[in-house]
Design a protein around this ligand. Structure first.
Ligand code: 4AD
Ligand code: MG
Length: 432
């Protein structure tokens, strides 16, 4: 029995005899040869079965092997410049582990997205989906490293919550013993408590929104990274998000070249992501939209089309700050220079990907915060603990939330966020 080697490591074994384990991805054959494309999750490699060496029986087995058969192949690794990964396996031994009991539903031909989503558990095996999940992994690592390097403490927020954070219209309610709870929309309020306890904190977990929108940017369950920092104001918050986004894009560019190539992502667009990002007030953004001929109504939130129009003349993300109070969440600090504005900021990605970050400076005045809670008709009781943060040594603080799937969709250049998460949850999809 030869040592099992992962396809990703095959380059370290040139000239050696190794055993690869995996599944048949694709094949082609001629009279004398069968080329088996073996995948093991870490890569795909061409394995050459030479009829005069292995005999007619093995040749026939390989020639007729159905897609997704699981098998082991033992043979010698050789360098091959024509192959995508630079190596091939000259097969000496073929061992079938299991044949599919039915024909594999996803063939190399084109399928509709709804069909592929029904088979998401199998679709993840395909080359493109594999590449997207690898970039997702690298992005998560980069996010954690950024905050770790910069002295943040990871502090996880609860998922069952007693109150709303981002408005009451899209809350998922669940039974909680004799009472009810809501699935968290954001860990922010808890991170504010964390900032007072640990200075610089972040949480990273799933968040839930009962969004009735069927757009390419909406999931009902998505992952959000939420830093919160004591003693920084709105400008400091924008400095942080800009630096953070540059770091994570650079990391993916460094570590995921092959994946971005598989996804046919134009990396030159990503290479341009450098500081500084333009900062526009909401009023400036409004004026710009008008100049561009939009019928956007002052005082409303941007729709997807407005975001696309607004960002199309920029090659880097833009930050829109100082929003009309009425359309932003209760916790945002009132602008001392203009009480009609809230000190919130959204970061909009280029190439039509829209909002990837929402954040801002928090209201640190007890009376003001209470007024906002009342204005939104929110009950006091579940917010008492949050008001304590303003009772006991209130402090300037800011933070933001970056949506992982929207950011991944932008970086990988995929159209819809549903491919940016292993098992998407959307209004019309709860399975597999
Ligand atoms: O702008 P949002 O609602 O901000 C907050 O939740 C703040 N409490 C965060 C904070 O300051 N700590 O959401 C933040 C980001 C959005 O910019 C977007 O990237 C993502 O979360 N997001 C969604 N992603 C996928 N599907 C949805 N339905 C999303 N809703 C928000
Ligand atoms: Mg937002």
């Amino acid at each position: 029995m030869m040592a099992h080697v992962w396809i990703a490591d095959i380059g370290k074994h040139v000239g050696e005899e190794v055993t690869l384990k995996g599944w048949l991805y694709n094949k082609r054959s001629s009279k004398k040869l069968v080329f088996l494309q073996l995948r093991d999750g870490t890569g795909i490699v061409q394995c050459v079965v030479f009829r005069p060496d292995l005999g007619d029986e093995i040749y026939d087995i390989c020639d007729k092997m159905p897609q997704e058969t699981s098998l082991s192949l033992t043979g010698t690794v050789s360098k091959d410049d024509r192959s995508e990964i630079g190596y091939e396996l000259q097969v000496k031994k073929v061992e079938i582990a299991a044949y599919p009991t039915q024909e594999y539903p996803i063939t190399p031909k084109e399928h509709g997205v709804a069909f592929l989503m029904d088979y998401r558990h199998l679709w993840l095996r395909s080359k493109r989906q594999n590449a997207i999940m690898r970039v997702r992994h690298e992005l998560i690592m980069a996010i954690r490293d950024y905050f770790d390097i910069n002295g943040f403490t990871n502090l996880d927020a609860p998922i069952f919550t007693p109150n709303a954070c981002e408005g009451t219209t899209n809350l998922f309610e669940v039974g909680y013993f004799d009472t009810k709870a809501y699935l968290t929309q954001s860990g922010q309020l808890y991170m504010e408590a964390g900032a007072a306890a640990l200075g610089k904190v972040y949480c990273f977990g799933p968040t839930f929104r009962a969004e009735k929108s069927k757009t390419r940017r909406h999931l009902t369950e998505f992952w959000m990274i939420e830093p919160e920092v004591a003693f920084i104001d709105l400008d400091g918050d924008m400095d942080l998000m800009e630096d953070f986004v540059c770091y994570i894009v650079k990391r993916v560019l460094e570590k995921c070249r092959r994946e971005l190539e598989i996804l046919e992502r134009d990396v030159t667009a990503l290479e341009k992501i450098k500081k500084p990002f333009p900062r526009l007030t909401y009023d400036e953004a409004y004026a710009r939209l008008k100049e561009l001929g939009s019928d956007f109504e002052y005082g409303t939130d941007f729709g997807g089309d407005d975001e696309t129009m607004l960002t199309q003349s920029f090659e880097v993300p833009i930050m829109v700050h100082r929003w009309p109070r009425e359309i932003k969440a209760f916790y945002m600090k009132r602008d001392p220079k203009d009480p009609t504005k809230a000190m919130g900021v959204d970061m909009l990605a280029p190439e039509g990907y829209g909002e990837i970050i929402g954040g801002g400076q928090r209201e640190d005045d007890y009376e003001e915060l209470l007024k906002q809670i009342d204005k939104e008709g929110l009950p006091h009781e579940p917010f008492e603990w949050y008001l304590d943060l303003r009772r006991y040594g209130t402090f300037t603080h800011s933070g933001f939330g970056l949506g992982l799937e929207r950011t991944l969709a932008w970086i990988t250049g995929i159209k819809h966020v549903r491919e940016a998460i292993p098992f998407p949850r959307m209004m019309e999809r709860l399975s597999p």
